[in-house]
Design a protein around this ligand. Structure first.
Ligand SMILES: NC(=O)c1ccc[n+]([C@@H]2O[C@H](COP(=O)([O-])OP(=O)(O)OC[C@H]3O[C@@H](n4cnc5c(N)ncnc54)[C@H](O)[C@@H]3O)[C@@H](O)[C@H]2O)c1
Length: 254
């Protein structure tokens, strides 16, 4: 793929296992100029170190739960990049207590936090991003099969993914006329920081590999390849889609 001349930002790099990192590297390797948004000072030095592997990175601190941070991130992007053609939203968070035990015991605060960080943030990010997209653009977010199936332990994060996926469709509808496409990748289980917070994650991963038609788990690189496709002109007719990258697990009933 030739992404030369394309610029954009990837939200959600925490470490070298982050899906966002696999995507950032892939976009960079294919010629794009990539901005990396990281959550806070605690992650700064790690992300700085990783970014030395990219050609011409731009690092932007951004706590996506903070409106002022989001606005400032896109102001910086406008100043440094001018217009942009892609955004990758690879952000999720729920309090650890919400990711075990009964969904019935979800707290009001836990619900608000999970939905705010994991679903709502796509909306202001799309709003700011589309102002910098000049006639075409691609926005990609990350979801999981628990948006519509029950995974014990995933709890309120499944509710957040359902909200996220519906937001993808509404945003795709509203920004289609401007040439901006909005899609989600529904990835199979990958061993990341966020995933390790889900009780029973390793069982979930094993069961996916056992039952998936391809009899294996996926790799972060496979997700990154799909993100590359979605950012590139090769996917120009696709918007509002939830694309499974899960070795086929989603088609299985048992
Ligand atoms: N790992 C999996 O099995 C899997 C499967 C399907 C979907 N996903 C989704 O992929 C996305 C990335 O997760 P990951 O697995 O790479 O884990 P990760 O822990 O590497 O990434 C999660 C990122 O969210 C960021 N984040 C959390 N709160 C934030 C905030 N307030 N502001 C800005 N950033 C914030 C963290 O800093 C981190 O970089 C998430 O949406 C996750 O739900 C993961």
């Amino acid at each position: 793929m030739d992404l030369k001349g394309k610029k954009g930002i990837v939200f959600g790099v925490a470490n070298d296992r982050s899906i966002a990192w696999a995507i950032a590297k892939k976009l960079d390797e294919n010629g794009a100029r990539v901005g990396l948004a990281y959550q806070n000072e605690r992650l700064k030095s790690r992300v700085e170190k990783l970014s030395t592997q990219l050609h011409d990175p731009l690092l932007i601190p951004c706590d996506a739960s903070n409106d002022a941070d989001l606005e400032q991130a896109f102001r910086t992007l406008k100043h440094e990049f001018g217009d942009i053609s892609f955004v990758v939203h690879s952000i999720a968070f729920a309090d650890k207590e919400e990711l075990s035990g009964r969904f019935t015991d979800t707290t009001r605060e836990g619900f608000k936090t999970a939905l705010d960080i994991s679903a709502f943030t796509l909306i202001p990010i799309t709003k700011w991003a589309t102002e910098l997209m000049n006639g075409s653009g691609s926005i990609v977010t990350m979801t999981f099969d628990a948006s519509h199936n029950v995974y014990p332990g995933y709890n309120v994060m499944g509710t957040a993914k359902a909200a996220l996926e519906h937001s993808v469709r509404q945003l795709a509808y509203e920004h289609g006329p401007e040439g901006v496409r909005v899609n989600a990748i529904s990835a199979g289980p990958l061993d990341t920081l966020a995933a390790r917070g889900i009780s029973g994650f390793l069982d979930m991963k094993r069961i996916h590999a056992d039952r998936a038609p391809m009899n294996r788990n996926i790799s972060a690189e496979e997700v990154a390849n799909t993100a590359l496709f979605l950012v590139s002109g090769m996917s120009s007719g696709i918007t509002g889609a939830i694309i499974p990258v899960d070795a086929g697990f989603h088609i299985m009933a048992v």
